[in-house]
Design a protein around this ligand. Structure first.
Ligand code: GLN
Length: 241
């Protein structure tokens, strides 16, 4: 009999886009699902792989070098329609840095190479000669989020595109607007590495709650003991930029 507690997590381009332990986000989702009695299934989407995006309950993509983005840019276009459909259907997604940039209209590298994106976010990213690196703190509708950013791309949100939050320490999208990240439907884009989910359980649980409600109609997420996670967040937030 089919196990009805399966939750499918789709990891986009784990080989090419994985920086500063971004894969830890997958481990966090997996563990928090298991603690609540669910059975997470990890699927990966690599270049040229056949992938059924419609079967994913949560979708994740990490950050990477410009090189990694160049390697996946063309392949990502194969999935553009399916990913946009999933976004429109309320599938929760978390995309970090390099994947975040490609979920906008595209990324133009410092050398002028244009890597087209899939336009889930109304945003453009342009490479700059300034590296925006350090510990970052943002205020979001979910509360304070902490992480580590390292990017030279400046992401400019178009008017009407909501951000994930505002920067209280660090650079955020572009180092000057005060915006960090973007949110469209249940798709969350951010520059926060670290990885971001282990020390921001509120964001991890938000994604999980959305997935469980969408798949099983479950309204209330069983709380977990987050003392260690909160201590990690407090420690990260106390560090200088
Ligand atoms: N190459 C991109 C930039 O520097 C993405 C970096 C990243 O994913 N950390 O803007």
């Amino acid at each position: 009999m089919k196990d009805t507690k399966e939750v499918v997590i789709l990891h986009l381009y784990p080989e090419e886009l994985n920086m500063y332990g971004d894969r830890g986000n997958i481990l966090t989702l997996v563990q928090r699902l298991k603690w609540r009695g669910y059975q997470p299934i990890i699927r990966t989407a690599g270049v040229d792989d056949q992938v059924d995006i419609a079967k994913a309950d949560i979708i994740f993509g990490g950050g990477g070098q410009d090189r990694g983005q160049l390697a996946v840019g063309k392949d990502l276009q194969r999935h553009a329609a399916a990913l946009r459909n999933a976004a429109a259907g309320g599938v929760p997604m978390l995309v970090i840095c390099g994947t975040y940039q490609l979920f906008g209209h595209g990324f133009t590298t410092l050398e002028g190479t244009v890597i087209p994106g899939i336009s889930i976010f109304q945003a453009n990213t342009i490479g700059s000669s300034r590296r925006m690196i350090g510990n970052a703190i943002i205020e979001s509708s979910m509360g304070r989020l902490v992480g580590f950013e390292n990017h030279s791309g400046r992401t400019l949100l178009k008017p009407g595109q909501p951000s994930l939050g505002t920067v209280s320490q660090g650079f955020g999208n572009d180092g000057s607007s005060g915006n960090e990240g973007a949110v469209t439907n249940q798709v969350y884009g951010t520059y926060l590495h670290g990885p971001v989910l282990p020390k921001n359980p509120v964001l991890a649980d938000h994604l999980i709650a959305l997935a469980l409600e969408r798949k099983f109609g479950i309204q209330d997420l069983e709380p977990l003991d987050d003392e260690l996670e909160k201590a990690a967040a407090a420690q990260a937030a106390s560090r200088p930029q």
